[in-house]
Design a protein around this ligand. Structure first.
Ligand SMILES: [Zn+2]
Length: 73
């Protein structure tokens, strides 16, 4: 009967799902890259401002922590 067509349909569906997954992953990567913040003291890259604050409190307690706004670009 229509076994061949069913198989083809399943293959197309799998292909679409894979494309969806790949797109989601690349978007996530772009978002993560966009959130990187550099420590002004030692130039280490942090994923976000909260981590930078934690890093500065731990590693550079004498340095003034810049405001989150100063990293917006
Ligand atoms: Zn640092």
């Amino acid at each position: 009967m229509a076994r061949g067509a069913q198989k083809e349909q399943a293959r197309q569906k799998a292909q679409k799902e894979a494309a969806k997954r790949a797109k989601g992953a690349s978007q996530l990567g772009a978002r993560q890259a966009g959130l990187q913040i550099k420590c002004p003291t030692c130039m280490s890259l942090m994923a976000n401002y909260k981590l930078l604050v934690q890093h500065m409190e731990a590693k550079h307690p004498k340095e003034k922590i810049p405001s989150e706004d100063s990293f917006a670009s």
